[in-house]
Design a protein around this ligand. Structure first.
Ligand SMILES: Cc1cc2nc3c(=O)[nH]c(=O)nc-3n(C[C@H](O)[C@H](O)[C@H](O)COP(=O)(O)O)c2cc1C
Ligand code: SF4
Ligand code: SF4
Length: 256
């Protein structure tokens, strides 16, 4: 790897942020200069293809969020640029590791490692209890450290693509699937609980929330990253009119 490593990551509720930080910490302790850049605040065309690049994101619908894919698709052409990826997930993904490798090879990048790291689920009501979740985080961060060691020792791998993954990739990147999910989630608020603090609008990575007369109004670009629901200080954001369990691994201020 080059001595300068730029990691572009997205994290809805903090799992991927914790993993990205752990990888940076390990690489840094071995002498690498590592920058972390949030994807939602980064311009893909300004990525420096002379450095080693890292990509990190949560798995969503077997793949990842459409705006993360947009970022990746708009990366500049590589210069045999070494690139590695990591994702965090609750259980299983099939539609990202292989598809991303194929895409990056076509774009003249050199894939050097891919790792999927299990962390607690942040998906609505399936979020587990806090004790179990902190154990999962601990294990996830151990896995992140081991992955960073493999990157340093040049033993990381990026595995091949079973045929089933093409179907999962298609599902996970299909616009109608995402539109359907977002419509079904139908995010809204409880005006009784909302304190008009505006935090949800600041945190939304795709500017899907506008504040009107103090209250948030949701547009149609929602990617279901869970950030607004998880970090609303009053638990005022509802899914289909109902309160949902939320999960977060960091504080809201860690996204700014
Ligand atoms: C809309 C949505 C879809 C998800 N889809 C999957 C999935 O297909 N497979 C999986 O294992 N986990 C899935 N998850 C769980 C997340 O990938 C996992 O909790 C991740 O660590 C969250 O990372 P973050 O805290 O950085 O946002 C999904 C979560 C959300 C919100
Ligand atoms: S973060 Fe919660 S309390 Fe603050 S404006 Fe949004 S919905 Fe209302
Ligand atoms: S509206 Fe909420 S769940 Fe949807 S993309 Fe924005 S922060 Fe994420």
């Amino acid at each position: 790897m080059k001595s300068n490593i730029d990691i572009y990551f997205f994290s809805g509720t903090g799992n991927t942020l914790l993993v990205a930080r752990k990888i940076r910490e390990k690489l840094f302790s071995s002498g690498y200069e590592v920058n972390l850049f949030p994807i939602e605040k980064s311009d893909p065309s300004s990525v420096n293809v002379n450095n080693t690049i890292g990509l990190g994101f949560p798995v969503a619908v077997q793949s990842t969020y459409p705006f993360v894919w947009d970022f990746i698709k708009n990366l500049p052409e590589g210069n045999s640029t070494e690139i590695f990826m990591f994702d965090t997930l609750a259980a299983f993904s099939g539609g990202i590791v292989g598809a991303l490798k194929t895409f990056l090879l076509k774009k003249k990048y050199m894939p050097i490692g891919a790792e999927e790291i299990k962390m607690p689920s942040n998906f609505l009501t399936v979020s587990g209890n806090p004790e179990k979740n902190s154990k999962k985080v601990e294990k996830g961060l151990e896995a992140a450290e081991k992955y960073a060691e493999k990157l340093i020792n040049n033993t990381a791998k990026w595995r091949r693509i079973p045929i089933l993954c093409r179907i999962l990739f298609y599902l996970g990147t299909n616009k109608s699937v995402w539109k359907g999910l977002s419509e079904k989630a139908a995010l809204g608020i409880s005006e009784d609980k909302c304190t008009k603090c505006g935090l949800c609008a600041v945190l939304c990575p795709v500017n899907n929330i506008e504040i009107k007369e103090g209250y948030p109004v949701f547009s149609k670009k929602c990617q279901l990253c869970m950030r607004c629901i998880s970090f609303c200080p009053s638990g005022a954001i509802l899914k289909s009119g109902k309160v949902v369990k939320s999960y977060k691994a960091v504080k809201a201020s860690e996204f700014s």
